[in-house]
Design a protein around this ligand. Structure first.
Ligand code: PLP
Length: 445
């Protein structure tokens, strides 16, 4: 099948997410290797988003493919009540790389059901009901997870679950709370506001605060040390659990094993994992919990379950991925390439008046585009269809063979961790050309 036929037949009998079907104008993909993939007409694309921020180790890694093939041949399925070797080994490996005190893992199929599991465990463990989350966050598309994410992706399915309480975001570039304040002062004002929200909601009713370890698809909007230390101390003060969602920011994406590792004083009670855990080779998610929580569930039934929990093939893919992160030194590589990427994006910002903000760390970075640097008016409005300039920019990226997410006024720069310097430079060069289009709509600063 060529590209057109492939797209036509996909559209005829399948549905896709987050868009009206008529607006779905997909790339096709028939082969992928390293940081590249090829469409059905043989055109090559640089995968600048790691697909859905998940193909961290790159495409077609032979070690992972072999591990999956071996596991399918040896034992392709066991129900979750059965002990298996890949499950034992992956549990041990996760206890090693996650922050101290996190010891035991419950495996799911992906991020959303891992978030659901974490929230259920928090509610069962504390006997409290509410979970506090951020507005600019995404935690998955099942009902509880979708309510937990404050991102507008939840709006069409509202009202969601009633026990979510949302707080505002550490967003120095746009939040009114930060206006006239340094980032640190803004973080403190936000923490004070969160403290007040907890008081209003009754801390005795709050099971957990759930935050992305490093903000991802809602816009890489990240608090600093003051924010994180403040949240940690509020949790301790009120006996509230801290659930850290590392689905997107985990496994080297930020140049550390986990996004939360950038804040050494923070001690999560649970870590939620997916995406880079298997780099998408097969589905797998996980919740890693503290000794205290796992001890509670030694004596109390864990009221949850999934047919495919701890799937042997998923666990084998997880083990092989962790081996690749280690042997290819990918966490350190992401840290180093992140510096190059950031320098390249800052250089673009200096030359292109449409770039309002460059932010992020490691290989989790983005550009926020503006109509005017002075007013900071976004080049495409929040939660609205793409503006003409952003559409033109996205079309240019695609035509030049770069695949990434362009959301409202944001361009995500999140390539696989194996990307090398020339490939990074290629991506930045393509962005350079596309930004010239956006500039023609933006006022000079
Ligand atoms: C931070 C975060 N949490 C949870 C999820 C949900 O993961 P999944 O799509 O595997 O259910 C996502 C997905 O994009 C995510 O970015």
């Amino acid at each position: 099948m060529n590209h057109d036929e492939l797209v036509r037949r996909n559209k005829a009998h399948t549905l896709t997410s987050w868009t009206a079907q008529d607006d779905w104008n997909p790339l096709s993909m028939v082969k992928a290797e390293g940081v590249y993939f090829w469409d059905a007409d043989g055109k090559r694309y640089l995968d600048w988003s790691s697909q859905l921020f998940n193909v961290n180790i790159g495409h077609a890694n032979p070690h992972v493919i072999q591990a999956i093939q071996d596991q399918v041949a040896r034992l392709s399925y066991a129900y979750p009540g059965i002990a298996t070797e890949p499950r034992a080994v992956l549990g041990e490996m996760l206890a090693e790389i996650t922050p101290p005190g996190l010891e035991r893992t419950f495996f799911t199929l992906g991020g959303a059901d891992a978030i659901e599991t974490a929230m259920k465990m928090a509610r069962q463990f504390t006997g409290r009901q509410k979970v506090v989350t951020r507005y600019r966050a995404f935690h998955g598309a099942t009902f509880g997870a979708m309510s937990a994410g404050g991102d507008p992706r939840r709006l069409a399915n509202e009202p969601g679950v009633p026990w979510i309480v949302r707080v505002h975001d550490p967003y120095p570039y746009r939040s009114p709370l930060y206006r006239g304040r340094t980032a640190e002062e803004g973080d403190q004002a936000l923490v004070d506001q969160v403290a007040e929200t907890l008081d209003f909601e009754g801390p005795q009713n709050i099971a957990a605060i759930l935050l992305e370890g490093y903000s991802g698809s809602s816009g890489v909007i990240q608090g600093g040390e003051v924010f994180w230390n403040g949240i940690q101390s509020l949790c301790r003060q009120h006996g509230i659990l801290l659930i850290i969602d590392e689905v997107l920011s985990g496994f080297g994406r930020t140049g550390e094993w986990f996004g939360i590792n950038h804040y050494p004083n923070v001690e999560p009670d649970m870590l939620v994992l997916a995406k880079g855990l298997t780099s998408g080779y097969v589905p797998l998610g996980a919740v890693v919990v503290s000794e205290e929580i796992s001890a509670y569930f030694d004596r109390h039934t864990l009221w949850t379950g999934l047919t495919y929990s701890a799937h042997p093939v998923g666990c084998a893919a997880g083990i092989a991925n962790l081996e690749v992160y280690r042997t290819e030194n990918l966490i350190t590589r992401a840290r180093q390439s992140g510096k190059l990427l950031h320098a390249g994006l800052v250089d673009l910002a200096e030359r292109h008046p449409s770039v309002g903000d460059v932010r992020g760390i490691g290989l989790l970075q983005l550009l926020e585009l503006v109509a005017s640097r002075e007013s900071r008016e976004p080049l495409s409005a929040f939660n609205q269809p793409l503006s003409e300039p952003m559409k033109a920019l996205a079309a240019s990226l695609r035509a030049q063979g770069l695949s990434t997410f362009v959301r409202w006024n944001m361009i995500f720069c999140t390539p696989p961790l194996i990307i090398d310097e020339p490939q990074l430079r290629d991506g930045i060069k393509i962005l350079d050309e596309a930004l010239a289009i956006a500039d023609s709509y933006a006022a000079e600063a």
